[in-house]
Design a protein around this ligand. Structure first.
Ligand SMILES: [Zn+2]
Length: 490
């Protein structure tokens, strides 16, 4: 659902995609590796970057950013898995990538917070009617981070070890590196983003190969289940991101395979051909009646074509067949709430509560919950959900305002009341820090003991301070995003 058909004209910025299906396959690829690495798979986050270049990197601790270009170019899942193993090596090695030229003056922390902010906003991007979101221009340098050669060698070594422990061959990792090497000479300054962020030399590839060939699993073929997953990922990404005319060439009408039907159905949808799109999905659903993602697509196509009522049942089925996917519940809730029908609001609240427990940092989900509670006239709960939404989108002042309203109107000593208190104090501390760091006194804030009418805009001392508007939410978003929320069980 959050894989938007919008083709962004983004020469600048990072754009992220949310898609339950693709994320779940990448998790399936990674889980054996993370287990081998001693990482808790639930603590690692996967972010999909909508970008044609071959790239992947780690930022902000345990967050792996995977580019769609890498997924589309992979000739076998073992290539993706190899890269994931290598990136995991950067996580366990605690490697901090350094900035390359081109981002002078930008501090590591502000870039990381920008990436995280973009990630959080992408989760809530349907806010703006599209899943794709572009952050500030400074992030434009696609290969802004890079690792040292020592770190690369250590990540290679670790990746290799994890693959072997997981019983997988490192063939894919090496064939991916060799493929990059064929693109351009390794020793010259390579323009490929992956090579820029992960410096690659012939010596590195050779030594990796020598070690990899010693693995008892070197010749082990790729699991057919993984191959199927990559074919689905490609069909879906092409359907949404490649020009429809090219999609119909790659997946011609005579091809009735499931992947061709999938890709074409999406391409027809992008062309505005609702009937043809649904025709293809219905063939898929008659063959695979319990596939959650085919149901999700049917729901999305109908919903985006304005058939709100008809979209409900497909989304309900999607949730039924993939009950552990919070994103599907959020999509269903969005459809339930889209006509402001009070009668459907309790069902939406039920799904959003489950989704928010599973994935508490999806800001769009909190936004929807606020909407549902507003419809039901639960104003205090609506304010609490709005506070969560504000916190996740880095708006400290709004967080304070909403959390203050919630704590004043919720029953004391209940879990939501405590949560409102926590959010209020968190936002207030973030705000105070931000002012203190710049040697300024914090102006009156919502919820102050004696709250005045005046705010920062009318305060003459701050009026000329141009950077407040920028720095305030950034500082706040960093702190708020690092907040250990509830349990993160997705
Ligand atoms: Zn690397």
């Amino acid at each position: 659902m959050l894989l938007s058909p919008v083709q962004p004209g983004w020469a600048q910025g990072i754009s992220l995609i949310r898609d339950a299906e693709i994320e779940s396959y990448i998790r399936a690829y990674s889980t054996p590796i993370w287990n081998a690495a001693g990482l808790n798979p639930e603590a690692v986050e996967i972010h999909l970057v909508n970008d044609k270049s071959l790239n992947a990197f780690v930022a902000g601790g345990q967050r792996i950013f995977v580019f769609t270009g890498l997924l589309l170019a992979a000739r076998d899942p073992s290539e993706v898995i190899g890269v994931l193993a290598h990136e995991t090596g950067h996580i366990t090695g605690g490697h901090l990538a350094r900035f390359q030229d081109g981002l002078k003056g930008a501090s590591t922390i502000s870039i990381i917070s920008m990436v995280l902010g973009a990630a959080a906003m992408a989760a809530g991007a349907a806010d703006a009617g599209a899943a794709i979101l572009t952050s500030g221009g400074e992030f434009a340098t696609r290969s802004f981070l890079s690792y040292s050669r020592t770190q690369e060698a250590s990540a290679d070594q670790a990746g290799l070890q994890y693959l072997t422990q997981a019983g997988m061959s490192a063939r894919g990792l090496i064939s991916f590196f060799e493929y990059l090497g064929d693109q351009e000479a390794l020793l010259t300054k390579n323009k490929d983003p992956y090579v820029r962020s992960h410096p690659l030399t012939q010596q590195r590839v050779t030594s990796l190969r020598t070690n990899a060939e010693k693995s008892p699993y070197w010749n082990r073929p790729t699991d057919p289940v993984y191959i199927e997953m990559l074919a689905r990922i490609k069909a879906k990404l092409h359907g949404f991101l490649t020009h429809p005319r090219r999609v119909f060439t790659m997946y011609p009408i005579r091809d009735k395979s499931r992947h061709a039907l999938y890709a074409r159905s999406i391409a027809y949808h992008r062309e505005g051909l609702l009937e043809k799109s649904v025709e293809e999905i219905d063939i898929l659903l008659s063959r695979y009646p319990s596939d959650p993602y085919y149901w999700e697509l049917k729901g999305q196509v109908l919903f985006e074509s304005g058939k709100v009522d008809e979209a409900l049942e497909p989304y309900r089925r999607a949730v039924m067949y993939a009950s552990k996917e919070p994103l599907l519940r959020v999509s269903l809730a969005q459809v339930l709430l889209s006509n402001d029908n009070v009668e459907l609001a309790p069902e939406a609240v039920k799904h959003l509560d489950i989704a928010n427990r599973q994935e508490p940092d999806n800001s769009f989900s909190w936004f929807q919950l606020a909407k549902a509670h507003t419809l039901l006239e639960n104003n205090a709960m609506a304010a609490l959900a709005s506070a969560e939404h504000a916190a996740l989108t880095g708006r400290a002042r709004d967080t304070m305002k909403q959390a203050h309203y919630a704590r004043e109107n919720l029953e004391e000593d209940t879990p939501p009341w405590y949560r409102a208190q926590d959010l209020y104090l968190l936002a207030r501390n973030a705000m105070e820090d931000s002012y203190r760091k710049r040697g300024k006194k914090m102006p009156p804030m919502p919820g102050d003991p004696k709250e005045g009418e005046k705010d920062e805009e009318s305060d003459p001392e701050n009026k000329s301070d141009e950077d407040i508007a920028i720095e305030e939410p950034e500082a706040a978003s960093l702190n708020l995003l690092e907040l250990p929320h509830h349990s993160h069980s997705h």
